[in-house]
Design a protein around this ligand. Sequence first.
Ligand code: HPA
Length: 268
Amino acid sequence: MLLKIQETADFLLQRIPSKPKTGIILGTGLGTLVTQITDKTEIPYEIIPNFPVSTVEGHSGKLIFGKLGDVDVLAMQGRFHYYEGYDMKAVTFPVRVMKALGIETLLVSNASGGVNPDFEIGDLMIITDHINLFPEHPLRGKNFNELGTRFPDMSEAYSKELIAKAKKIAAKNNIKVVEGVYVGTTGPTFETPAEYRYFRAIGADAVGMSTVPEVIVANHAGLKCFGISIITDLGVPGKIVEVSHEEVQEIGNSVQPLMTLIMKELIH
Ligand code: HPA
């Protein structure tokens, strides 16, 4: 694993003009942020050694180096989901590579179903914490001490400092944000009404099919994390309607500019 990470990092280092300290993983259809990146170097996943290839609809699958405002960033447009069949080592491999490239802060975005009854469709939820319900843990197996400790602390998986800063940015720009706990589950089914109730009962505010593995590995690697969930549908009793991938993407599209603004200011 260590050799593969280094091989991939070396490949990328030969192709990028500078070493960014900020990594960004963009969720389902959430590519608007990329349009704000200037001086772009785009590298499709297909040509990156050891990278899995993204298959799901709405994911174009490339790494984008460039500037967001005047800050160097490395963005992943399209991520690898467990439901696509990748194992957790593959899902989180890009985070290992980011660390090897010198990334110190990881921003993540996703689409999710709100289970907090106070939430509305289109809300931006700052992720304050998560619950891991994936059946496979990304750190299971031999621990490489070079990458991180065997038993990583997760008491502040999402940086309190970045959360506070994001809330200030949102307030200043009149953007409504909510805060909450994200539960990560495998999918690819959306939830039954009983499952939505269960997620609410165990302390979640939103449910989705990603993010948790990457944030676990980022914490293992000592990266500071920040995440935003776009609430694209509601798993709230009385408000549950049929959900489709297309609708999730549509809602995601409509609020992406606000999320982009928050993330852009956050890294300054
Ligand atoms: N459940 C799980 N994942 C999701 C949802 C949902 O309701 N909406 C968007 N991603």
